[in-house]
Design a protein. Sequence first.
Length: 232
Amino acid sequence: GDFNCRHGALHAIGDICVGLKHRLDQIPAELINKLNSVLSVLESRGSFRGSGGDEMRGAVCYYIEKISSAGVRLTCDTTRAWQEFLNVCLVNPEQFVGVQAMSVEALRNFSSQYYRESNPDMWGGLVEHYTSQLRHEFTATRVGSALALSALPGCVLSTDTASLLNLLTPCTKVQNKSETSLAECRVSAVKAITNVQLVCECNSETRARIYDVLLECMEDYSTDSRGISGVT
């Protein structure tokens, strides 16, 4: 009923906006405002509660990804609200629905579209927020925070590349015996370090340091009940 309609509508609206990305200037301001208010409307209706909450979160992540790809104008309040929403979804432990994976792709498009060097007030503190959770007690939080760093653009990550690498590098290693099975955390950290190299202006010393970390990770052949699950 209402759930299926809302879920399908979010996907449809997102796809339509991508199709109209070169004609967004022809969309009335009233409609742009409605696109901005979708998340707040869903929250006010309690759409994220109950058994279908994660499916709806996934649909909103898809909506954010597509709206960002289209380059729809967002208000400052909407930008902040969407970032807070994605932060919650990034640490979602539900693997069946895949909210975490969808939020990473949404963050990638969202941050590259709306975060610029000229507006640091919009993304200030993001890197600190994610790095502070890299050693969190919950695996989903560690993984989501590292994956978030793997999705952010250079203007956000370049504020202090050396410090960022200092925090990420230990996350690619088994610090104690209890972490041997947490290969997913190490894989996520490797993805974050790879992104640093791709989107930041790194000098030769920093690049050499990154290569050393990645080469060392190739020796990780951790195993679990599913077999080899290391970061190689």
